[in-house]
Design a binder for this molecule. Structure first.
Ligand SMILES: NC(=O)c1ccc[n+]([C@@H]2O[C@H](COP(=O)([O-])OP(=O)(O)OC[C@H]3O[C@@H](n4cnc5c(N)ncnc54)[C@H](OP(=O)(O)O)[C@@H]3O)[C@@H](O)[C@H]2O)c1
Length: 303
């Protein structure tokens, strides 16, 4: 747990802004979506990598500066200079000076410094002391789990990292088995990404091409019967309850460009329940198997 004040209470559903960067959707619809999510008072998750999402957000923010939501933004690079540049690339288009939560996406020498307790800690703490970034989350993928694991096992992460953020939904758990076990043992805070795993489970299972990789279609085949066991009428509600049934998860990040989609996320959050332990155990077993059989062998960015 880091020492820069207490971690803020994030909203249990965080609006993910990927869809705001989709320029096949009319600009006015995307700005309206952002305004709608803003008015609801939820946190936002964003990145310079999501097309013009930041510009869309700025248009929404300018309509009601009092309602500018707290943000998690992806910041990173292979050196501390690249990371500082990426903070500016996120904040400047939004005309903001402070990032409440920075999601550390570290590569190359910077990732190695993080894993081995190197100089990056001093530089990252300085960003906190200067009031530029409030808290840091460590982003994890199957191919970067080892970096987080080393930092955590050696105790380096304790003084800086407030939690871990990765794909965590019924079809994906993007932390290696070893890292996952340690996160659970230590009761670490987690933010779950991709609430609905990219869309309705039956669509992922049955519509050719709906799943962007074959492994997701194959997982949907295994997950659909478990979803049915839960007796929850819609996929979004199931997925929000799923994320919040995992110890340590404080929020789930999902994206939509439709107002009905946003309404579904809000309703699902309000009505969320803890799923039965026997059902969750079946998911934990699936996730452990997938992590060992598939995720552990994946080349970076292939899944
Ligand atoms: N490395 C990273 O940091 C990283 C990577 C991936 C994602 N993320 C974050 O997580 C957020 C969510 O990720 P994501 O967009 O990949 O996954 P997601 O939220 O699981 O899926 C979004 C997709 O699901 C559809 N959808 C939304 N609500 C639905 C519902 N109720 N029923 C069926 N389909 C629904 C959306 O379509 P419509 O727009 O048509 O509703 C969209 O195509 C991103 O916006 C981003 O903020 C971060």
């Amino acid at each position: 747990m880091n020492c820069n004040g207490s971690f803020p209470t994030v909203s249990p559903y965080i609006y993910g802004t990927t869809r705001l960067g989709d320029d096949t959707i009319p600009l006015s619809q995307r700005v309206d979506m952002a305004i709608h999510a803003m008015e609801a008072g939820v946190w936002f998750h964003t990145s310079r990598q999501y097309g013009a999402a930041l510009e869309v957000l700025r248009m929404a923010f300018d309509t009601n500066p009092q309602k500018i939501p707290p943000l998690i933004a992806k910041i990173g690079g292979e050196t501390i200079e690249e990371l500082e540049t990426s903070i500016c690339e996120n904040l400047n288009p939004l005309n903001l000076q402070h990032l409440p939560i920075g999601q550390l996406c570290l590569g190359g020498a910077l990732a190695e410094s993080f894993a081995s307790g190197g100089d990056c800690y001093r530089s990252l703490r300085k960003l906190q002391q200067q009031g530029i970034v409030g808290h840091f989350l460590c982003e994890v993928f199957p191919w970067t789990s080892q970096i987080a694991l080393r930092a955590l096992q050696a105790g380096y992460a304790d003084s800086l990292i407030s939690g871990y953020i990765f794909y965590l939904n019924p079809l994906q758990r993007f932390a290696s088995n070893e890292l996952w076990e340690l996160l659970q043992q230590r009761g670490e805070r987690m933010i779950a990404m991709r609430t609905v795993a990219g869309g309705d489970v039956y669509r992922l299972r049955d519509v050719p091409g709906a799943a962007w990789k074959p492994y997701l279609q194959e997982r949907a085949v295994e997950v659909a019967p478990l979803f049915e066991q839960a007796d929850i009428p819609d996929w979004a509600s199931f997925c929000v309850s799923f994320a919040h049934s995992i110890p340590g998860v404080v929020a789930t990040v999902g994206s939509t460009a439709r107002s009905q989609g946003l309404a579904a996320f809000f309703k699902a959050t309000q009505c969320r329940k803890t799923l039965p332990p026997e059902l969750m155990s079946q998911f934990y077993a699936l996730h452990a198997r997938w992590a060992a059989q598939t995720d552990a062998h994946a080349e970076p960015w292939t899944m």
